[in-house]
Design a protein around this ligand. Sequence first.
Ligand SMILES: Nc1ncnc2c1ncn2[C@@H]1O[C@H](COP(=O)(O)OP(=O)(O)OP(=O)(O)O)[C@@H](O)[C@H]1O
Ligand SMILES: [Mg+2]
Length: 218
Amino acid sequence: MTVAAHKGGAGKSTLSILLASLFAQARLRVVLIDTDEGQNTAFAWASRRAMIQPAVVTIDSAVRLTDLIDAAQGHGIDFCLIDTPAGYSAMGHAAIEAADLIVIPTKCDAADRWAVRTTVEAAREAGKPFLIVPTDAPPRRLGRECPELRLLRADLVDLAPHLWDGQLTERRGIGQSIAEGRAPSEIDWQGSTSEECRNLWRRIMEALPSGRATAGAP
Ligand SMILES: Nc1ncnc2c1ncn2[C@@H]1O[C@H](COP(=O)(O)OP(=O)(O)OP(=O)(O)O)[C@@H](O)[C@H]1O
Ligand SMILES: [Mg+2]
């Protein structure tokens, strides 16, 4: 599964870390492949951790990506999750080509809304299923989504079947836990962020091509 968004700061690395941690906690064998040489956010996060799961590896060559995935499959890895750099790059392209599913995080600001379609086009050109994930979204009020997220849904109405009907809510604790080399689900499995991530996991399982969902969500 590749987490991709051409827009910088869309929430790719955060989402990759949240999901990889959750999968690992559910005892899936997961490898998070950090392909963003410029920043290596996921790798930097892993280097601050005492725990060895999820495994986080970096690679510096797009050519090696499929070899790495093949090797992971050979070793019985359940899930390879690929964090990608922003913008166009050989690495980003290879990561999309290698994936069974493209997960596209997006914040709700206008610039983020406008940028989503660029990544959707890349997924479509590669013939890959994709799921758009609203993230860093302001909290619901009285059960109602924030105006920015409603605008996002209106802008992307033609993509509604590919747009997760949930949200990852903006929470300061997410950045804080990552800065400490932890993940929200490791701090509070019952917490709101963990619950949102579990819901997203279920949706991801539905979006994966049949036969590729190796394990159910908790
Ligand atoms: N749900 C959230 N709640 C609060 N902050 C968030 C959330 N999701 C992302 N952020 C914040 O948004 C910023 C950008 O996130 P992140 O680094 O994951 O984006 P990115 O797409 O990987 O960026 P880049 O394109 O530079 O690699 C970070 O400061 C992160 O903490
Ligand atoms: Mg990143």
